[in-house]
Design a protein around this ligand. Structure first.
Ligand code: PSV
Ligand code: MN
Length: 409
């Protein structure tokens, strides 16, 4: 027997001994879906410098090519998120077809309300009705794009806020925010959703209009069933218990989506799980616990929101996807029956140990088996590196302008 097979058999034996349904865990891992962001494939940087990378995608067509590569090697990333106007094209039907021919689909549509000179003092919360109109019209344009691309998610991040006390009227801005979102909400295509992403600071530094899960939740409730909250892991003050927010939003039926990334200091868009994998595990633990509960209805769009400023972009994306698979697997093998019993006994140490045991279990043999059964290479990162794709795009993608963070267009 091969060593991988032996390790897999030993793990299965151990998990079965704890009453874990290994086939269920494997089927959950096979049906895991993660959306990658078009902007993660193009050049990006900080406000100090964009370091251009050889082979980086220059336009949406090349971004889709790269997203398709990530799906080819991981098998779990069949959709790509677009950012408008960075990814704007004349013929949406052609773009949709192009993606489908490469084996993927267009996922969420992300309006951009932060890179137009008119938005200096805000978009939908701007004191000037002309600018508020422009921002709403841009979101309505994104709704049209959803219809043409078959997208079911409008992912809205409102960057509005103020930099100084007295600069704006909080209550008036709140009403403008709601009115604007309501007009867009009412135009959403049948069967689609609006996800509201909050962020506590940046680009504004004194206050932000949609700053936390409470404000996003409130807006989502006022708007209606098609509006839900999106959690971007980089958008909280230090020390925030994100897993608790996850649990509350799930329980209220208002958790709609995730932007996976990681951060050390601020919204750095670092690789998910790179700074605190245990935090990511505790977040996934809440998700897995709800998924395995027959009384809970969940419809969560799992998306990556990362800009790979110094890592090779496709490698970084595959690394992220593999991390999300590994952490999800660890959450799926938590011994939930023993955990509940420990909680009922008031056994604090025992309960915590159950979580730690799952977290520290090496689930790689399980993922190896799952990938083999999916007809994939068990090591997507190495398989991609061997494929020669990177060398090819470095030769082919020379010159030309980039769309996205690097160009600000
Ligand atoms: C804002 O920081 C954000 O998280 C939003 O999701 C934007 O769409 C994205 O980053 C742009 O990179
Ligand atoms: Mn985000």
């Amino acid at each position: 027997m091969r060593r991988e097979e032996e390790l897999y058999e030993a793990l299965v034996e151990r998990l079965k001994g704890k009453g874990i349904d290994v086939e269920l865990v494997k089927s959950k891992l096979k049906s895991q879906r993660i959306e990658t962001p078009s902007w993660g494939y193009g050049d990006s940087g900080t406000r100090f410098k964009v370091f251009k990378q050889p082979g980086a995608a220059r336009n949406v067509w090349e971004k889709i090519q790269d997203a398709a590569q990530v799906h080819k090697f991981t098998g779990v990333t069949p959709t790509v998120a677009l950012h408008i106007p960075w990814d704007k094209v004349d013929d949406w039907k052609a773009l949709r077809q192009y993606a489908e021919d490469l084996g993927i689909r267009i996922g969420s549509i992300n309006p951009n309300l932060f890179q137009d000179d008119d938005y200096k003092l805000g978009s939908v919360c701007n004191v000037d009705p002309r600018i508020r109109r422009k921002a709403v019209d841009h979101m309505l344009e994104c709704v049209e794009i959803m219809k043409q691309t078959g997208s079911e998610v409008l992912s809205v991040w409102i960057p509005d806020g103020t930099n100084y006390p007295g600069q704006g009227d909080f209550r008036a801005r709140k009403r403008w925010l709601y009115e604007s979102l309501k007009e867009v909400y009412d135009a959403l295509p049948e069967g689609s959703r609006m996800l509201l992403e909050y962020k506590f600071f940046e680009p504004a530094f004194y206050h932000t209009d949609l700053c936390d899960w409470g404000s996003a939740y409130l807006m989502a409730v006022k708007l209606g069933d098609k509006a839900q909250v999106l959690i971007d892991l980089g958008h909280h003050p230090h020390g925030t218990n994100i897993q608790y927010i996850v649990a509350w939003l799930i329980d209220e039926g208002k958790l709609g989506g995730f932007h996976f990334n990681s951060r050390k200091y601020a919204d750095d868009d670092l690789t998910a799980g790179s700074i605190d994998p245990y935090e990511l595990f505790l977040i996934y633990n809440e998700l897995a616990s709800a998924e395995l509960d027959p009384d809970v209805e969940l419809n969560v769009a799992y998306m990556i929101d990362q800009s790979h400023n110094i890592k090779p972009k496709i490698e970084a994306m595959i690394q992220t996807v593999m991390t999300l698979q590994e952490i999800y697997a660890k959450a799926l093998i938590v011994d939930r029956r023993s955990l509940r019993e420990a909680q009922e006994r008031g056994d604090v140490v025992g309960a915590e140990e159950i979580l730690k045991e799952a977290f520290f279990t090496d689930v790689k043999p399980l993922l190896w088996k799952v990938r083999e059964e999916m007809g994939l290479d068990p090591d997507p990162l190495q398989a991609y590196k061997r494929s020669g794709y990177y060398e090819r795009i470095c030769k082919e993608r020379v010159g030309g302008e980039s769309t996205g963070w690097a160009s600000q267009v």
